[in-house]
Design a protein around this ligand. Structure first.
Ligand code: E4P
Length: 220
């Protein structure tokens, strides 16, 4: 399963590329705002970090857009900025028509803000490159998400869609593991989520114990 970083902070992305060789990046308007930079500037900077690789960077169109023409025009513009950019379109009806139009220009689409399996099916049927169910938002609303991920993967496999299932808004290590068990292709999460998930208090305790034994023993 691929690990994407959910961020538009260039230093964070560089760190995650260097330390963990993350497989891609997802951005959204919240991340762009947090970067403190204009969107076109920051996505170009992120693009430079993945130059010459197959790692994708998902960049989102203006969330005020409501028409196929707006999605297609902005999708083409953003895709022209970098070959690794995948265009994030919101899961609303015009996206289902815009996806095949963009696909004819070899522009890949990540359908974002997905909350049920039928939305994912509609996006996959239209030819989405990624579908992004927002797990953390559902769990914050006390909704179950394990079955949702498994259902989307199953539907994809039932019909042989090429779409990759990108589990988004992941908030903790348990959700990363759930996504992997369900057979998701990708998770995207913040740097702090990965750092916390890779850590365990028993590992730290164990290390302290072994250091103590080491210090009391002899090496040669
Ligand atoms: C992914 O593509 C989304 O941008 C993201 O996971 C949404 O998460 P957030 O709620 O952390 O912004």
């Amino acid at each position: 399963m691929k690990f994407f970083l959910d961020s538009a902070i260039v230093d964070e992305i560089a760190h995650a590329l260097d330390l963990w060789d993350i497989d891609g990046v997802t951005t959204n308007p919240r991340h762009i705002l947090a970067s403190g930079k204009p969107m076109l500037q920051v996505i170009r900077e992120i693009g430079k970090l993945v130059e010459g690789t197959t790692k994708t960077v998902s960049v989102e169109v203006n969330p005020h857009y409501k028409t196929v023409d707006e999605f297609v025009r902005e999708g083409r513009k953003l895709a022209s900025l970098h070959p690794n950019f995948v265009i994030k379109l919101h899961c609303i009806e015009p996206a289902f028509k815009a996806i095949p139009i963009l696909a004819k220009d070899s522009i890949r689409v990540n359908v974002t803000l997905i909350f049920n399996a039928v939305q994912a099916l509609a996006a996959m049927r239209a030819g989405a490159y990624y579908v992004s169910p927002f797990i953390g938002w559902k769990e914050a609303n006390a909704e179950e998400t394990r079955d949702l991920i498994a259902d989307i993967v199953q539907i994809r496999d039932n019909y042989g869609f090429k779409t990759e299932v990108l589990v988004a808004a992941v908030r903790n290590g348990r959700q990363i593991a759930d996504a992997a068990v369900a057979g998701a292709d990708i998770v995207t999460a913040a740097l702090s989520v990965y750092k916390d998930a890779f850590d365990h208090p028993y590992t730290r305790d164990g290390l302290a114990k072994f250091q103590d034994f080491w210090d009391k023993g002899q090496y040669e």
